[in-house]
Design a binder for this molecule. Structure first.
Ligand code: DLL
Length: 438
């Protein structure tokens, strides 16, 4: 590690060299998949391609996509490309229906993940002398262990707090001198609320400098609030179980996108409807190909996450492409009265009002022929105490703002501070009661 880079040679590698490195690794990865995984061999055979056909990065397009359903259909180990005793750790993502998505790691996969997480923490300024409070869940979810491994490699002091017990977490952050907070953005908001209630002033009582937030979409408005309420610099971190967990990409101090670890992944952006590969800079679904995975390699894995990728060099000196923050997944998109709406649009509209806290809940139902669309929002503690506040006017203004952002009308319901449910992991923003109602 040198100065601001964890691995300067890799992180600032000239693009041509990086591409050569990717091609070499891609060929190896494709061979590994074809030789050792029946799933991929069948896919290649039915598409009429052989590993030798992948001669350039452009040939990647010839490989069929891999999708979430492939993982579910081959649950738990049908897509594993090594002998069973080479798998030494297993994680899983929080699937709501059907078979869970399982991530199976070999020792070498764990080493790569640890390296990527050390790089991520280091990029955001984390050093050996820091104290990292990890409030991502430990266990099957990759958040807790991923941060733990990365921080161990840097030598940072680790507080493995995991989720839950908000009051205890605040006390520990204070008493143990946490300088980095790692958790979901929604839990950071929850912690900030808890501190306000307990009269803890993060600027005076805590030593926090930075926060590493990810695992769910979060808007710029939430970022502003977290930075203001906790007095820290916030960084976005992205990843998914299928690829390794957190550490696939990390925001640098320029705060202009998240650098993708292109020495271990190739990213493509596609039109989610047609599968057509889009030019750099255009918004679409992110598709990743792993270059170093041995246990569960992923060729052209469709993430369903919507973003765009910039390839220009960043002012921080890193050459790896940047993905802009993910505001939603194509399968999170709601169709309300025939109109496409992303929960992040509602978040944007709601966060425009300083009278509101950061919690919101979208409730959809279909009692008759038409969808009902209710957005429950919470007053901030301060606004709740303001006797001058005209709630009807506020409600009308929020309704107008939602209409401007989404093009459809919602009923806004303003509730008291603390009334909406909080989650300690990923936030649940939508309650869709329409399922099964025609
Ligand atoms: O959420 C890994 C992770 C843990 C990332 C901690 C960052 C921090 P999964 O549970 O498999 O893995 O969920 C992956 O979460 O496809 C995205 O839809 C969403 N996601 C992850 N990071 C972000 C982010 C972890 N920074 C799914 N912004 C992904 C928006 C994110 N969405």
């Amino acid at each position: 590690m040198t100065g601001k880079y964890w691995n300067e040679k890799i992180e600032t590698m000239p693009t041509e060299e990086l591409k050569k490195h990717q091609l070499q690794k891609l060929k190896e990865q494709v061979n590994h998949c074809y030789q050792n995984c029946t799933f991929y061999k069948k896919k290649f055979d039915s598409a009429g391609i052989k590993p030798e056909d992948i001669r350039s990065l452009n040939d990647l397009k010839k490989i069929p996509f891999t999708v979430k359903a492939d993982l579910r259909d081959n649950y738990p180990f049908g897509m594993v490309a090594v002998k069973s005793d080479e798998i030494c750790e297993i994680h899983s993502s929080s699937g709501t229906t059907g078979n869970p998505i399982v991530g199976a790691y070999t020792r070498s996969d764990l080493n790569v993940w640890q390296e990527l997480m050390a790089r991520s923490i280091y990029t955001t300024g984390g050093r050996q002398q820091d104290v990292i409070h990890i409030a991502y869940g430990y266990g099957l979810f990759t958040g807790g262990m991923g941060f733990h491994y990365g921080a161990q490699k840097i030598g940072t002091k680790i507080i493995p707090a995991s989720g839950g017990m908000t009051q205890r977490q605040i006390k520990l952050m204070k008493d143990l001198g946490a300088t980095i907070l790692a958790c979901t953005p929604s839990f950071a908001v929850y912690l900030a609320e808890g501190m306000a209630q307990e009269g803890v002033d993060p600027r005076k009582d805590l030593k926090l400098k930075t926060g590493m937030f990810g695992a769910e979409p979060w808007s710029d408005k939430i970022r502003e609030r977290i930075e203001k309420d906790l007095g820290i610099e916030a960084f976005d971190i992205y990843g998914l179980t299928e690829l390794c967990g957190p550490g696939v990409s990390i925001e640098c101090p320029e705060h202009d996108g998240l650098h993708i670890a292109e020495d271990h992944f190739i990213v493509e952006t596609i039109d989610p409807d047609t599968g057509e590969v889009l030019p750099a800079g255009e918004e679409g679904e992110l598709v990743f190909t792993t270059l170093s995975k041995t246990g569960l390699p992923m060729l052209r894995y469709r993430t369903r996450d919507i973003s765009k990728v910039q390839t220009e060099k960043c002012s921080c000196g890193r050459t790896h492409s940047r993905m802009m923050c993910v505001h939603g997944r194509s399968d999170d998109m709601l169709i309300i009265r025939g109109v496409n709406v992303f929960p992040s649009q509602i978040e944007f509209a709601v966060m425009c009002f300083s009278e509101l806290a950061t919690q919101y809940l979208i409730v959809l139902d279909r009692p008759g022929a038409l969808d009902t669309f209710v957005v429950k929002v919470e007053l901030s503690e301060k606004a709740a105490k303001d006797s001058q506040l005209d709630k009807n006017e506020l409600k009308n203004d929020i309704q107008k703002q939602i209409h401007i952002v989404t093009g459809i009308s919602a009923d806004v319901e303003i509730v008291k501070p603390g009334e909406l449910p909080r989650t300690e992991g990923k936030a649940k923003r939508v309650l869709d009661l329409r399922t099964g109602k025609m």
